[in-house]
Design a protein around this ligand. Structure first.
Ligand code: B3K
Ligand code: ZN
Length: 858
């Protein structure tokens, strides 16, 4: 850890130090007198002895008005954020009374105010900010919650479980009481109070129980809740069909709030959502937004079993619920749209967020060994790589045996707080797999590299595979991991498949596969469907890749072949090597004009790899050279295939707005084609874009046109940005898009735009969506961000420090891009590093930002 001059270095929490709790909480009764300025919280805990030690209640520094054990003033001591009480007997009653100020809570953890509502966020350690409690996921209790509030301001009072009663009080106040019959950890507690309206519906479960569903929003937003409601019902039915999981309460409520640190939260029976993952209509949400709403609604719903009924023993096991639930939501989305395109998107996310994490200073295993602040571990590794681990088990077992594994898991551990290893053991037993080596996937960080080569020897074709797992912080030496690789061979001349697809599990450092009697020289198709989350390096030529991009019958492999072909050309261009781009142009043309392919797939496949992805393939990232090479390829493709782009553009013309895969695919391809026409410099392209912008009947077309214009130097650019702002200035979620589009633009001077926008009256750091829309997007714009030089780095560090005072959890996320300093040229790297040092040396830094910045320097 770096030299720290400010406070003492924060404490490191280690997995090996886990001890079960000494006291259980059988029941908790909570009483809230709700008021934004001053909320009183009274709690009564029935605690029971489970071990030798004292009772430890975590707290969040709130004002404590009283603390009693068995009716008498408690004799407690304070130890590092805990009240510690020695209790003599086996069972005791603990009562506390506290006062909170939700309207001063800018961290958005615990009880806080958002747009006139009061709401909670407790995962991971927010419950302690509400009331003193053993705030750890292995303490499961039964909750009874009584809320009292002013009826005019807070007509709706919601909490977990079922409504047990409600009524009016004489002074304009009212009350409601909710009881949750299920045992739950404190991180799943929730309450909401506010002036909300519900979109109500119901779902009848497989055992014929009727469940009342409610999506609660501000009245004006009610028309935007239909898609989320449909997704919820689809998710409930899907989980019954695919996993045999039935919902268990009589009520399921969702509330949308405007100020939220992440996507959504799976509180038992009362999910709380960032409004961007609930509200959607064609005028304000893109197709990608609609898909994200459905995926997040499903994800949170699926947590009811994978997370709530069975939860994590400790926070090191976070991927137990998150990796599994992401896998479940990926399967759900694949079943409700194009499975091939969904897999491509999932891999794109993994490569954009997780591979760089695995290769950088913040790399950690899917089950980490230590942390300073758990909020920093809600990462792409825990979520997305975690999901890939579950997917590999699914691939190894096949769907039926996998289901036997999950049945056993749900059966065996229902109502308990367990570990990742408990999951693997249940899968091993239920599915009949040997997963002993597979456990290394949970232990070792780093993305494995697979070298694949093909040679002909003595009339046989030999496929040689070799794996290597790179060193990561704290893990210099790695062991080989079992890599399930789906592979096939295609004829280098004919493009026909020479052998059936096989699943090869490479679980040693290397292996060789032999094939005899092939009719022609083969081309290897490997990691089909992206069956293992690895980087493949192969000896395939540009001609081999072009062949696969035209003939491979696995859609992911086909997409990947074209991506690799483009990548090879781009890297050659960046390194100044000669590169004949005719093969790329021809391969793109064949994909673009292939009537057998669906448009959504074409739209994905023809896009060159992102600048960030190209950077990840290089030891030293040169943002200017990458940008120039990619732009020049886009320009050449735009020119060479102008007629085809035009045809694709017109052939995908918008008609009636529908959310079918075909209609979404057509919209996608239309905007991609427009982007190439702009890149190729077609004279009428800006006008086409402006017409698409103006005539759009939906946000997908409008945003697609705006994106194309935002990266241009045209008069239409300014017109479109001004018109967009005027149209949507009153809609915060759409205004976020306006900020993001400009921050992501591919043009000179993005930094100046961003600095100007950071002073715009609509910009604020107090709303996480807005902060991410501008600052998060800018730092993800590799060329725009780095071409701004030291001023970009200073801006990012200034933002981190300013936001840290308000909201450490969100501030810490913005540190990450600076941590890539080792991968940039020395002068640039030193400037990035200097900003990290400035952050670490700042007084009163949160644990969140300290951990990210100091680890990024180490
Ligand atoms: N479990 C929450 C995430 C909580 C993040 C806390 N820092 C949402 C989800 O993954 O479903
Ligand atoms: Zn989750």
């Amino acid at each position: 850890m770096a030299d720290v001059q400010n406070s003492a270095a924060p404490q490191v929490i280690r997995r090996e130090d886990y001890r079960p709790p000494d006291w259980r909480v059988a029941e908790i009764a909570l009483e809230f007198e709700l008021d934004p300025a001053q909320t009183i919280v009274r709690s009564r805990l029935q605690v029971e002895r489970a071990g030798e030690g004292p009772l430890r209640l975590d707290h969040g520094g709130q004002e404590l008005l009283s603390f009693r054990t068995d009716g008498a003033a408690a004799a407690y001591r304070e130890e590092g954020g805990q009240y510690v009480v020695d209790l003599p007997g086996e069972a005791h009653l603990i009562e506390t009374e506290c006062v909170l100020a939700p309207d001063k809570n800018t961290e958005l953890m615990g009880l806080y105010a958002s747009g006139g509502l009061l709401c909670t966020q407790c995962e991971a350690e927010g419950f302690r900010r509400i009331t003193p409690f053993p705030d750890r996921p292995d303490v499961l209790a039964r909750y009874r919650v009584r809320m009292v509030a002013d009826k005019a301001r807070f007509p709706v009072l919601l909490s977990n479980g079922d409504l047990a009663g409600s009524g009016d009080l004489p002074d304009g106040r009212h009350w409601a009481e909710w009881h949750d019959p299920f045992l739950k950890p404190s991180y799943l507690f929730a309450l909401v109070a506010g002036d909300l309206q519900a979109n109500r519906d119901s779902f009848t479960t497989m055992s014929s129980r009727k469940v009342d569903l409610g999506i609660w929003v501000r009245q004006a937003d009610l028309p935007k809740t239909a898609h989320a409601m449909q997704a919820l019902k689809d998710a409930m039915a899907w989980d019954e069909r695919v996993y045999g999981r039935e919902y268990d309460l009589d009520v399921f409520n969702i509330v949308a709030v405007a100020d939220f640190n992440f996507g959504a939260m799976e509180n038992k029976g009362l999910n709380i959502f960032n409004s961007r993952y609930i509200l959607a209509d064609p005028e304000t949400a893109t197709d990608a937004d609609f898909d994200a709403v459905a995926a997040v609604v499903a994800h949170e719903y699926f947590h009811n079993w994978s997370g709530n009924r069975i939860t994590c023993r400790d926070w090191f096991q976070l991927s137990l619920k998150e990796g599994f639930t992401v896998f479940r939501d990926q399967q759900f989305s694949a079943d409700h749209g194009s499975a091939a395109v969904k897999r491509i998107e999932d891999v794109r996310v993994l490569r954009a967020a997780q591979f760089p994490e695995d290769a950088g200073p913040l790399a950690h295993p899917v089950r980490p060994d230590s942390f300073i602040e758990i909020s920093n571990f809600y990462t792409a590794t825990i979520y997305n790589k975690g999901a890939e681990l579950i997917r590999m088990m699914h691939t190894l077992a096949g769907p039926e045996r996998f289901r036997r594994g999950t049945d056993l898991y749900f059966d065996r551990f229902d109502g308990q707080a367990v570990t990742c290893d408990d999951f693997v053991a249940a899968m091993e037993e239920g599915a009949g797999l040997d997963l002993s080596r597979f456990r290394r996937w949970y232990e070792q960080a780093g993305t494995p590299k697979v070298k694949a080569s093909v040679r002909i020897s003595g009339g046989e074709t030999v496929v040689a595979l070799e794996q290597q797992v790179p060193p990561t912080p704290g893990q210099p030496h790695k062991q080989p991991m079992p890599l399930p690789l789906r592979l096939a061979l295609f004829g280098a001349e004919s493009g026909t498949r020479l052998v059936e697809e096989q699943l090869v599990v490479l679980d040693d450092a290397s292996t060789e596969l032999r094939f005899a009697g092939l009719a022609e020289p083969p081309v290897l198709s490997i990691n089909r469907g992206f069956s293992a989350p690895v980087v493949v390096e192969s000896d395939r030529t540009a001609a081999n890749l072009a062949l696969l991009s035209a003939h491979d019958d696995d859609p992911f492999a086909r997409y990947e072949a074209l991506q690799q072909l483009m990548l090879g050309g781009l890297i050659a261009a960046i390194e100044g090597a000669p590169f004949d781009d005719d093969a790329v142009i021809e391969a793109v043309r064949r994909t673009l004009t292939n009537p057998a392919l669906d448009k959504a797939f074409i739209g994905e496949a023809v896009l060159p790899p992102s600048e960030a992805f190209i950077g990840d393939q290089m030891v030293m990232v040169d943002p200017e050279a990458i940008h120039a090479a990619r732009e020049s390829l886009r320009q050449r493709l735009g020119r060479a295939l102008e007629t085809d782009w035009r045809e694709a553009y017109l052939g995908s013309a918008a008609n009636r707005f529908e959310l079918t895969p075909a209609a979404k695919g057509a919209r996608r391809l239309r905007s991609v084609a427009l982007g190439f026409l702009m890149a190729g410099g077609a004279q009428d392209a800006p006008m086409l874009a402006w017409e698409q912008f103006q005539g759009a009947s939906n946000m997908t077309d409008r945003q697609g046109a705006l994106n194309a214009l935002a990266s241009s130097e045209t008069a239409e650019r300014e017109k479109a940005l001004a018109a967009f702002y005027d149209l949507y200035r009153g809609d915060p979620l759409v205004l976020d898009k306006w900020f993001t589009t400009q921050a992501l633009a591919s043009r000179a001077g993005v930094l100046d735009d961003v600095l100007r926008l950071s002073r715009h009256p609509d910009f604020t750091l107090t709303n996480p969506n807005r902060a991410r829309a501008l600052v998060g997007a800018f730092s993800a714009n590799q060329h725009g961000f780095h071409s701004g030089g030291v001023r970009s780095y200073q801006f990012l560090a200034d933002t981190v420090l300013e936001l840290d005072k308000l909201n450490p959890q969100t501030a810490a996320r913005f540190v990450v891009p600076l941590g890539r300093w080792r991968r940039f040229a020395p002068e640039r790297g030193a400037q990035m590093r200097a900003e990290l040092e400035r952050i670490v040396a700042s007084p009163q830094l949160s644990k969140d930002v300290f951990e990210q910045a100091s680890k990024s320097l180490a």
